[in-house]
Design a protein around this ligand. Structure first.
Ligand SMILES: [Zn+2]
Length: 405
C-alpha cells in the first residue's frame, strides 16, 4: 500500500497536486489522483520539497563546546585537539552524533556529508565509529564520510591512517591545506589518496582573511590535471573575498572550468573570521552571488554544530538558508529560490545523489513544509510538518509557521 498526499504545492510546479508515494519512490504527480488502495494524507496546501542536503558537517566534533570562548580558527583546532586527548571515545561520539542526526532528520535533512578527523592522537577511531553509524542510520539519512586530516601538517602516521581507511566505505579525502606550511604538497597527497582508492577530494580551502593565502587556483588546476572534473568540492573560500576583482574573476573562471562544487558556511565563518579586526570586522564569507552567477554549483551547509568552531547550529538547513540570504544580500523571491537550491539540488549534485527530486521515479525522500513556495519556506523558516524517507513518514511537527506572505 502506498501513500497518497492530497492537495499540496510541489517544488517547481504551479498550483496544487496530489502525489503518490509507493515502494520508496514517487510514483505519480497529478491532479485528482484516486486514493483507492492507498493511505491518504491531506497535504493541506503545504509545500512538498525534496529533502534538504547538508553538504559540510563535522559530526564527531558536534556538541563539544562547553562554556568556552573561542578567539579564532587555530584556537578552535587546539581546543578540539585537547578534547581528543582527554575525553573523546566511540561511545561519546555515538551519543553526540546520534542526537545531531536525529535533529537534522526531524528538520528535513535526508542526506549529509561529514568530514571526520584523523590525526596522530585519534588515529582511525572517529572514522570507524562514523562508518558504523552510517550503516546504523541508513534508513533515515544518506551519510557520506570524508576522511579529514585534522592536524595542520600531514605526518607519516596520519597519512598511513588515512590510507588504511581507503579500503572501507568512505567517500573521500580532505584537509585544510591553507593552514599547512606545505599547502600544495598536502593537496597533492589528498589527490594521491583519492586516485589510489577511487574516491573524491573535498578540501577546506582558504579559510583565511588574507588575500595572500590562496590554494584554490592550484586545487582547480589539479582537478583538471587528474581528470576529476565535477567530482571535487571546496569549502569556505573566505580569502576569495579579500582579493581584488581581477584576481577573483580569474579564480572563479578556474573554479567553473574545473567543475568544482563550492560550499559556503556563513554562520561558522561570520563567527570565526576577522578576529583581529577592530571596528569594521570582515565577514569571512566567500563571493556567494558572483560564484552563483558565474555558473558554479554553489552550496551552503552547517559546518560545525555547537563545538569550539561554532557555538551555534540546530542541524537546520532552513536556518542556514535564511542566514545565507541575509549575508549574501539575496532577498528577492528569485534570489531566495536560488538560496533554496543551495541547500537542496546543488548539494545533491555535489554528493552525486541518484533519484533526487520531486519527479515521478525519484526516491520519496521528501519534506512537506508550511507555505506554498521555496521563497516562503526560507523567509518563514517554515515548519516541517512531515518528513518522509523512502516514502515512509519518519517525523511530524504540527506547529504553525508565521503566516503573512
Ligand atoms: Zn569544515
Amino acid at each position: 500500500m502506498g501513500l497518497l498526499i492530497k492537495r499540496t504545492h510541489v517544488y517547481g510546479r504551479e498550483g496544487l497536486f496530489d502525489v503518490l508515494l509507493d515502494e520508496g519512490k514517487i510514483r505519480e504527480v497529478g491532479r485528482e489522483l484516486t486514493g483507492q488502495g492507498h493511505q491518504v494524507l491531506d497535504g493541506e496546501e503545504g509545500f512538498l520539497s525534496p529533502g534538504f542536503v547538508d553538504l559540510h558537517m563535522h559530526l564527531e566534533k558536534a556538541l563539544t563546546i562547553g562554556d568556552q570562548e573561542c578567539p579564532g580558527l587555530i584556537d578552535a583546532i587546539d581546543s578540539f585537539s585537547h578534547y581528543c586527548e582527554t575525553t573523546i571515545g566511540p561511545e561519546d561520539i555515538r551519543s553526540r552524533v546520534g542526537l545531531v542526526l536525529e535533529n537534522a532528520v526531524a528538520h528535513g535533512t535526508l542526506a549529509m556529508r561529514t568530514h571526520v578527523s584523523v590525526d596522530d592522537v585519534l588515529g582511525t577511531m572517529a572514522v570507524e565509529t562514523l562508518l558504523e553509524m552510517k550503516e546504523q542510520y541508513r534508513d533515515l539519512v544518506d551519510l557520506q564520510i570524508i576522511v579529514m586530516l585534522s592536524g595542520l601538517e600531514l605526518t607519516d602516521t596520519a597519512y598511513r591512517a588515512m590510507d588504511s581507511l581507503g579500503h572501507l566505505n568512505i567517500d573521500g579525502f580532505g584537509s585544510a591545506p591553507a593552514l599547512s606550511k606545505d599547502p600544495f604538497g598536502q593537496i597533492d597527497a589528498m589527490f594521491e589518496l583519492a586516485l589510489k582508492h577511487d574516491k573524491i577530494v573535498d578540501l577546506h580551502a582558504d579559510e583565511h582573511d588574507s588575500p595572500d593565502v590562496r590554494t584554490i587556483d592550484y586545487y582547480a588546476r589539479k582537478i583538471m590535471e587528474t581528470g576529476m572534473m565535477g567530482k571535487c568540492t571546496a569549502g569556505h573560500l573566505c580569502a576569495l573575498s579579500a582579493v581584488d576583482e581581477d584576481k577573483a574573476r580569474g579564480t572563479i573562471g578556474l573554479i567553473r572550468e574545473s567543475g568544482m562544487h563550492v560550499v559556503t558556511l556563513p554562520s561558522c565563518n561570520l563567527y570565526l573570521m576577522g578576529r583581529g579586526d577592530r571596528g569594521l570586522i570582515r565577514r569571512g564569507t566567500t563571493r556567494i552571488r558572483e560564484l552563483y552567477d558565474a555558473g558554479v554549483n554553489v552550496c551552503l551547509a552547517s559546518d560545525n554544530i555547537r563545538d569550539p568552531f561554532r557555538p551555534f547550529g540546530n542541524g537546520d538547513i532552513l536556518e542556514e538558508m535564511l542566514l545565507t540570504a541575509q549575508v549574501a544580500q539575496m532577498g528577492t523571491f528569485t534570489d531566495l529560490e536560488k538560496v533554496y537550491r543551495m541547500g537542496t539540488y546543488h548539494p545533491a549534485a555535489a554528493m552525486g545523489l541518484v533519484g533526487y527530486g520531486v519527479e515521478p521515479g525519484c526516491w520519496a525522500d521528501l519534506v512537506l513544509l508550511n507555505g506554498s513556495s521555496a521563497a516562503e519556506a526560507v523567509l518563514g523558516r517554515a515548519n516541517r510538518r512531515y518528513v518522509f524517507r523512502r516514502g515512509r513518514l519518519i517525523a511530524e511537527n504540527r506547529q504553525e509557521s508565521f503566516k503573512h506572505y
